[in-house]
Design a protein around this ligand. Structure first.
Ligand code: PMP
Length: 387
């Protein structure tokens, strides 16, 4: 008698439920912003990556609409076949200018940029050193590459140095990969020290600026600008979907690297090009990022304001170290994190519980936006106080 080959799915779901790790979507209606309609009720939005409030900006919407009318709803093919428009190149030039690199390449998402780039530039004979807290797309890119992967303890440059001095000579190429702003913690990678080590051991260094682009640095170029490392021999990945309010990913680096990836990155070659609407919205967002620094200034004022209020009024909160608009506080279990998120939601605050296996310890993750006002921040603190 044949058994049901899909029976394991129900058992796996039951295991996920038992651990309080079950995830489900929550429906948002209307334009994204500092407040959103969540399941029909207006709540203050501390769950979004839209740090500068651009996803609902009328200028991005207008650019996307015009591009759709002019070029169509879809790109119709991969970049190397029928999908390439001059607009894609305009966006790549704008990214390269922002990042002060020789060139840039746009992917369909940040996730795909990491998969494609890492798996193209290292292989079986190579070594990857990966920060333990790296985003899933960096980790999966590393696995896909077939290289030997060594994880180093989070931001621990001495441990990284030790591992390199033991292992570097056994491999052909070596690539260090790290988030620049760690997405589920909010702290920054020690970029200047990483560059030094990369130089000392002849390693390539790839940083993922997903949460830093538009947010860090005087012109919004990211962690590289924040640390004064712009123009260095780095490979910079990022996304168009967070502070830039659109969709897509990018890689910024040398002309040769970009040229190589156009020929060797499967997640760029074998997928449909970004839609004209996404490209036009991202292009408009980059202009706004450069022309309206007041958005970034307001964002950082909000971050300082919230941190001060938490320090003064809620010293018992277990805040994780953060140097970004991402603030997380730890809870002792996944069930407690879910309860806290539910309490916040019923108090009109949207801030998600993040649980294993995404992170090692359960937490509430708060993302601050430039478009939050003092009342929004006060209401968050009030809701946190009554937890
Ligand atoms: N890298 C990091 C650090 C991220 O946080 C994310 C998104 N969560 C990505 C890459 C993926 O970016 P995208 O959403 O554009 O695929």
């Amino acid at each position: 008698m044949p058994t049901d080959p899909y029976a394991w799915i129900e058992e796996s779901l039951a295991t996920i439920h038992r651990a309080d790790w079950y995830r489900s979507v929550q429906t948002i209606n209307g334009l994204p912003g500092a407040t959103v309609f969540l399941e029909g009720r207006e709540v203050i939005n501390f769950a979004s990556n839209d740090y500068l409030g651009l996803a609902g900006d009328q200028r991005l919407i207008a650019a996307a609409t015009i591009a759709t009318e002019e070029f169509g709803a879809g790109a119709t093919g991969s970049r190397l076949l029928s999908g390439h428009r001059e607009l894609h190149r305009d966006l790549e030039r704008a990214i390269a200018l922002l990042k002060q690199t020789q060139d840039a390449l746009v992917f369909s998402s940040g996730y795909l940029a990491n998969l494609g780039a890492i798996s193209a530039i290292v292989g079986k004979r190579d070594l990857i050193l990966s920060d333990q807290y790296n985003h899933c797309s960096l980790k999966n890119g590393a696995i896909l590459s077939g290289a030997t992967i060594i994880e180093y303890p989070h931001c621990d440059v001495e441990a990284l140095r030790t591992k390199l001095s033991q292992q570097r000579q056994n491999y052909r190429r070596c690539l260090i990969i790290t988030d620049s702003v760690f997405s589920m913690d909010g702290d920054l990678c020690p970029l200047p020290a990483l560059l030094e080590i990369a130089d000392e051991f002849s390693c390539m260094l790839l940083i993922d600026e997903a949460h830093a682009t538009g947010v860090l640095g005087n012109t919004g170029a990211g962690c590289v600008e924040h640390f004064g490392c712009r123009g260095s021999q780095l490979i910079q990945i990022g996304t168009l979907s967070k502070a830039l309010g659109s969709l897509g990913g990018y890689l910024a680096g040398s002309k040769n690297l970009i040229d190589f990836l156009r020929n060797r990155a499967p997640t760029w070659i074998y997928t449909t090009a970004l839609s004209p609407a996404d490209v036009a919205a991202a292009l408009t967002a980059i202009k706004i990022v450069q022309q309206e620094p007041q958005r970034r200034i307001q964002l950082w004022q909000n971050v300082v304001q919230l941190k001060q209020m938490i320090q003064q009024q809620l010293p018992e909160l277990k805040l994780l170290p953060s140097s970004s608009p991402i603030l997380c506080f730890e809870l002792s279990s996944a069930a407690d994190a879910l309860k806290a998120a539910q309490h916040l939601k019923s108090s009109g605050i949207f801030a998600p519980a993040i649980r294993p296996p995404t992170v090692p310890t359960s937490r509430i993750r708060i993302s601050i936006m430039a478009t939050h006002n003092l009342t929004h921040i006060e209401k968050l603190v009030e809701a946190l106080s009554s937890m």
